[in-house]
Design a protein around this ligand. Structure first.
Ligand code: CLF
Ligand code: SF4
Length: 412
């Protein structure tokens, strides 16, 4: 693939796209994108630990403005910073904050290279906007181009507000990923395709996937090993051995250029790929003065440590109204972010009306006694009035629980 003349210098100093650059030039991730529009079976963004280094993990979520303050501070201590990346902790294109951030970075730091990493679902709709904002380095994480394999990797896909599972969800996602890769490559972006290698699921299929994305214009391929994470559907799967991954990369290198020095970075990584310095630059979320780290960390606080009840049957989505919920998932919400505590089961076997209806609402509120925020997909007038009189906060939300908890924290 021919690299446009104006991208040569950016390519020379990009630590991920150019192996020779990774000992010399640094990148910085801006964790401005907490929400995601799909659920991969290997991803858990609920755990938020500064000692854990993997995609999806961040110690704080920043606003676009906070991230600019942080770049200024980082540049003072990391003068070899060349690339600003947005890689989560959710999907950048599912968060409007990503676009505002890119706009601000482009304006204040025109010499820094912009890089975005996405699952690709919204890419066809957003690729021109990314291009206009100056993004020339784009990563799409794509794990299969066969829906029968994809359905084993993705738990669900939310497309135009509707949840799709199984082959249906995988098919929608793959179609958008392939379309997005081609559009981006045709615009002249350098597209990297990240593939998570899951032994026994997609490992045999990856060479076919690599050929496909290469034919659409992908510039480089990065095959990452699965990291089995607690609390995910793949927690009991095994990671590939380094020998298995090397063999696969060697096979695929016949068809495409391979990246072999990836560090599976955190969503708030800073510095050289081999030397993450994100721990030196924490707590910009609360920085009021705009001069550097503040004393308190930014965290997803909901009602100062009291609990939140989420109406959810499947444990992933806010999928029930207040009146017909059979399960409420209870989360504690202290400064370390939301933590799942327990599930409260509600008996809705009998249809109730009148006073019995009022009693039912009362019994649900009592069952959720330690929660002062209630998240539901919908709620009627009567329960809404009763909850308000009990000083409970109601959040109506249609989407994933992780995103609902984030929204609830913002509306405090
Ligand atoms: Fe970040 Fe990704 Fe851009 Fe690099 S990371 S958005 S391309 S600036 Fe790099 Fe980290 Fe591997 Fe990603 S080592 S996980 S490949
Ligand atoms: Fe997690 Fe990224 Fe998958 Fe979203 S696209 S579920 S953030 S791995």
């Amino acid at each position: 693939m021919v690299v446009k003349k104006e991208l040569e210098e950016a390519l020379r100093t990009h630590p991920c796209y150019n192996e020779e650059a990774h000992h010399t030039f640094a990148r910085m991730h801006l964790p401005v994108a907490p929400r995601c529009n799909i659920q991969c079976n290997y991803c858990n963004r609920k755990f938020d630990c500064s000692n854990e280094s993997r995609p999806g993990v961040t110690s704080e979520v920043l606003t676009p403005e906070q991230s600019i303050v942080k770049i200024r501070a980082v540049l003072e201590k990391v003068p070899n910073l060349k690339v600003i990346g947005i890689a989560g902790p959710g999907d950048p294109l599912a968060n409007k904050e990503t676009f505002r951030t890119l706009e601000l970075v482009k304006k204040e730091f025109p010499d820094l290279t912009l890089c975005v990493s996405t699952n690709g679902l919204a890419l066809p709709d957003e690729v021109n906007r990314l291009y206009d904002l100056g993004v020339r380095f784009l990563t799409v994480t794509m794990n299969a181009c066969d829906p029968q394999i994809g359905e084993k990797i993705y738990d669900m896909v939310i497309w135009k507000g509707i949840k799709h599972t199984g082959k249906d969800g995988a098919e929608i996602l793959m179609k958008k990923q392939l379309e997005g890769i081609k559009l981006a490559a045709d615009l002249g972006m350098l597209v990297k395709v990240n593939v998570v290698m899951v032994p026994g699921v997609n490992d045999k299929h990856i060479p076919e996937l690599v050929k496909k994305v290469k034919s659409l214009g992908a510039y480089i391929i990065n095959i990452l090993p699965l990291i089995p994470v607690e609390g995910t559907n793949f927690s009991n799967m095994r990671a590939p051995t380094s020998e298995e991954r090397k063999t696969l990369m060697d096979e695929c290198s016949i068809d495409a250029k391979m990246m072999r020095h990836c560090k599976q970075c955190r969503a708030d990584a800073i510095g050289l790929l081999d030397n993450d310095r994100s721990g030196e630059f924490l707590h910009f979320g609360n920085c009021k003065s705009g001069c550097g780290p503040a004393s308190e960390p930014l965290s997803i606080n909901i009602n100062n440590g009291t609990n939140t009840a989420v109406a959810s049957n499947d444990g992933n989505m806010v999928d029930s109204g207040f009146g017909n919920a059979t399960k409420f998932r209870i989360y504690s919400t202290d400064k370390d972010g939301p933590k799942y505590l327990r599930t409260v089961e509600i008996n809705t076997a009998t249809e109730v009306s009148g006073n019995a209806h009022r009693d039912h609402i009362g019994s649900v509120i009592r069952a959720l006694g330690d929660c002062n925020t209630i998240v539901v997909k919908e709620i009627g007038h009567l329960p809404s009035k009763i909850l308000e009189s009990e000083k409970k906060k109601i959040v109506v939300f249609d989407g994933m629980i992780t995103d609902a908890l984030y929204e609830a924290s913002k509306s405090d």
